[in-house]
Design a protein around this ligand. Structure first.
Ligand SMILES: [Zn+2]
Length: 67
């Protein structure tokens, strides 16, 4: 019973650690690409909605095409 409990704790720590690693690795990539581009307007290629801010269409969720 005790070993079972220890395995759960170990597993939870591993998941938390992996999650934190993935988050810190993903973060700088997003910031470097979006810093200036998300201020300009762009028209969504899928639905034609003019997106004022951000790199994702709020209507259909399409990502901004890389020019
Ligand atoms: Zn769209």
């Amino acid at each position: 019973m005790l070993t079972y409990f220890l395995w759960i704790i170990l597993f939870a720590i591993l998941i938390l650690f992996a999650g934190a690693m993935a988050w810190t690795l993903k973060r700088p990539q997003e910031e470097s690409g979006e810093s200036e581009e998300d201020l300009e307007e762009w028209t969504c290629p899928s639905c034609g909605f003019q997106v004022q801010m951000g790199t994702e269409c709020i209507y259909c969720g399409e990502k901004k095409p890389i020019v």
